[in-house]
Design a protein. Structure first.
Length: 270
C-alpha cells in the first residue's frame, strides 16, 4: 500500500492518482464543511458595521483587562480617520498600510486634526465575526503587542465591505493613539467597550493564514504525489492508456479546483 516495490510496479496503491483524488475529495469536503464561507470573508450578513465595530472594541478591552491594562476610549476623530483610510483602500484598490501614492495611516490621522505622541494601525479582512478577527490579532506577536500596549489611550475603528482586487470582502481598520499634551480630543465611552494597538512592523511575523494554512500544506503534499505518480506512469509507459490518462487528468483537475477554493478570499491581518 505505501512501500514501492516490483510487486506494485513501484507505484504504492495509497499514492496512486486514484487514491490521491479520493484524498483531495475528502480535503475539499472538510474545507467546505468547516467554513469556506467563513474564511472567504465576503460581506458580513446580519450584523451592522456599528455593532461589529463596538464588539471589536469590547473584545479587545476584555483582553487588556486580563492583564490589568486600562481600557481605551473611542476617539471619534480616530474613527473618522479610520473610515477615511477604509474608503481610500476600496477606492484605490489596495490592501496595505501604505497606499499606491505613499498614503499612510498617520496622514489620515493628522488630516483629521488629531495630534498624537504615538499612533498605531491594525488591518484585517476576510473575517466574518469580531471574535475571529481579535483572535487572529492575539495569535500574532506584533498585533498582540499592539492590542495590549499600555501607551495607547484612544482607539478608532471602521468596518466596511467593498471590492479589493475584484473580490468582495469586509475590511476592518483600527487606529490607535495617545494624544499630545497640547491636543484635547473629545472622548466617548463605547457602549460595548474600547481597544488598543501599536505600530506594526512590516515583517513575516505579521503574515497569518488563519485555518487555511494546514489545507495548503496538505494540498501541496498531495499535488506533489500526483505529479510523482504521473512521472512513474510515463516511465512505465502507462501514460498512453486511456484509462490511466483519464484518471490522471481527473486528479489534476481536482487539484486545480481545490487550489481555487483555498485561494478565494484568504482571511488576513497586516
Amino acid at each position: 500500500m505505501i512501500v514501492p516495490h516490483r510487486g506494485n510496479a513501484f507505484r504504492p496503491h495509497a499514492f496512486r492518482h486514484g487514491s490521491l483524488s479520493f484524498y483531495l475529495f475528502i480535503l475539499m469536503t472538510f474545507q467546505v464543511a468547516l467554513g469556506v464561507t467563513f474564511y472567504s470573508g465576503p460581506e458580513v450578513k446580519g450584523v451592522s458595521t456599528l455593532q461589529l465595530k463596538n464588539e471589536i472594541i469590547d473584545i479587545t478591552n476584555q483582553q487588556r483587562a486580563k492583564l490589568g491594562s486600562e481600557p481605551l476610549y473611542e476617539s471619534q476623530t480616530l474613527s473618522q480617520a479610520a473610515s477615511k483610510k477604509l474608503s481610500d483602500m476600496f477606492r484605490k484598490n489596495y490592501w496595505d498600510h501604505s497606499g499606491p501614492n505613499g498614503e499612510t495611516a498617520w496622514q489620515f490621522i493628522t488630516n483629521e486634526g488629531y495630534e498624537y505622541e504615538i499612533a498605531g494601525e491594525n488591518l484585517a479582512r476576510g473575517f466574518s465575526s469580531s471574535q475571529s478577527v481579535v483572535k487572529a490579532w492575539m495569535n500574532s506577536p506584533t498585533h498582540k503587542e499592539n492590542l495590549l500596549n499600555s501607551r495607547f489611550q484612544e482607539i478608532g475603528v471602521a468596518v466596511g465591505t467593498g471590492k479589493i482586487h475584484g473580490a468582495t470582502t469586509t475590511v476592518i481598520v483600527q487606529l490607535f493613539g495617545r494624544p499630545s499634551t497640547e491636543f484635547i480630543a473629545p472622548k466617548t465611552t463605547a457602549t460595548l467597550g474600547e481597544s488598543a494597538t501599536i505600530i506594526p512592523d512590516v515583517s513575516i511575523e505579521n503574515v497569518t493564514l488563519p485555518s487555511k494554512a494546514p489545507y495548503f500544506i496538505v494540498w501541496t503534499l498531495i499535488f506533489g504525489l500526483i505529479i510523482l505518480d504521473g512521472i512513474m506512469l510515463r516511465k512505465l509507459g502507462l501514460d498512453v492508456s486511456p484509462k490511466h490518462l483519464k484518471s490522471f487528468r481527473i486528479s489534476i483537475a481536482m487539484s486545480i479546483f481545490m487550489l481555487a477554493i483555498l485561494s478565494v478570499g484568504v482571511a488576513a491581518i497586516i
